[in-house]
Design a protein around this ligand. Structure first.
Ligand code: IPM
Ligand code: MG
Length: 387
């Protein structure tokens, strides 16, 4: 029974295996992380994306250009604006990332990206893959680093979310075997586990952290999460003085709201989907996903973005100029630190704290009852000037 359907599904599975094994070979051949100091010029791509993206990203660019003005003038840093990563263009070309846009992204060393629309069932858009997910795969941005800091609550977490594997690796390659049976795939590789886990421990080591926590569901998802957890404890042995423990995702979700326990967590490393979910929960304590920046780091490229959506309704209502640019500006601070401008990054973090927490001379409300993104960016630059 169902012979034909089973054969068709097997063929698709075979193709998936071939593709993933190719990826393993590519990972094996990969060199080390780029050394930005050794580059003659650093090209920063600014990719506005969709919806409110272009408006808020333009403000982040102004702030970065201000902080890097000396090196922009000398030619050491160049900004490159990349248009065209819009849902209209992606739908017209039926591509997650239009080819020309991808070619431009690949000229850059680092990218600051605004939000992009991911079509979902019921939208007027065709079902193109998420631009985010595609960019992470195309540029092999395997480490999604998401810090959440709330000093007054004693919270200082850094999430290292694996960004290219798990349920996302073959998210669009699931198979409807028959009308009644659907199968999705989740993918894990030794190379993929090792590089994200090592990145988390290296961060801990270089930043005075004393503990790294793995989060899985290895009691149930035995093969893939099991492999991740084995790799975790194997690599942990190389890092003397850093404590390693692990939790299952369900209880970890609960522990993040446990005021007595949550301060104990420092660096967390986790497979893709758990990382997706847990980082939204974590960001909520800090004031919501709108406040969080996110770094997507690979060995050759790195991309920094806001983790919220593109808010197309704000654009329809003509309110994009009132959209809060702080998430992308925060992503910009992460970008600065990543390419070696840590003094500039620190200033920007400080100014963001002053402008959004302690002083709050201007307030953004998302409409004309508050200031515009441009006014807020000016406020941030004036604050930096006074530091
Ligand atoms: C994120 C987002 C993306 C993800 C979406 C937009 C595809 O939720 O960056 O966390 O699922 O990774
Ligand atoms: Mg998410």
């Amino acid at each position: 029974m169902y012979n034909e359907q089973i054969e068709a599904a097997k063929e698709k599975f075979g193709q998936l295996l071939e593709k993933q094994l190719k990826r393993v070979e590519a990972m094996k051949a990969q060199g080390d992380f780029v050394d930005y100091k050794a580059l003659e010029k650093i090209v920063i791509g600014v990719c506005g994306g969709d919806g409110i993206g272009p408006a808020i990203t333009a403000q982040a660019q102004r702030v970065l250009e201000y902080l890097l003005q000396k090196d922009v003038k000398s030619g050491k840093v160049e900004f490159k604006v990349i248009d065209g990563l819009t849902i209209e263009r992606r739908a017209a070309e039926m591509a997650a990332i239009p080819e020309e846009v991808l070619a431009e992204l690949k000229i850059c060393d680092v990218i600051l990206k605004g939000p992009t629309t991911t079509p979902r069932k019921g939208d007027p858009w065709p079902n193109v893959e998420s631009a985010n997910v595609s960019m992470r795969k195309e540029l092999d941005l395997f480490a999604n680093v998401r810090p959440v800091r709330i000093p007054e609550l004693g919270i200082d977490w850094t999430f290292y979310r694996e960004n290219t594997e798990g349920g996302y690796a073959a998210g669009k390659e699931g198979v409807h075997v028959t009308e009644d049976l659907g199968i999705d795939f989740t993918v894990v590789t030794s190379q993929g586990c090792d590089r994200i886990i090592r990145a988390a421990f290296e961060f801990a080591k270089n930043n005075g952290k004393t503990k790294v926590t793995a989060v899985t569901k290895a009691n149930i998802i035995k093969t893939t999460d099991g492999k991740f957890l084995d790799a975790f404890y194997r690599i942990a042995k190389e890092y003397e003085g850093i404590q390693a423990d692990d939790w299952y995702i369900d209880i970890m979700t609960a522990k993040l709201v446990d005021e007595k326990r949550r301060r104990d967590f420092q660096v967390l490393v986790l497979p893709n989907l758990y990382g997706d979910i847990l980082t939204d929960e974590a960001a909520e304590f800090q004031g919501g996903v709108g406040t969080a920046g996110s770094a997507n780091i690979g060995k050759k490229y790195a991309m920094f973005e806001a983790i919220h959506g593109s808010a197309p309704r704000m654009v329809l209502e003509g309110r994009d100029k009132y959209a809060d640019p702080c998430s992308v500006i925060r992503a910009g601070a992460m970008l600065l630190a990543h390419i070696g401008y840590s003094a500039e990054a620190d200033k920007l973090y400080q100014a963001l704290d002053i402008c959004t927490v302690t002083e709050k001379k201007l307030v953004l409300t998302g409409r004309d009852t508050g200031c515009t993104g441009e006014e807020f960016a000016n406020y941030i630059m004036e604050t930096i000037e006074k530091l």
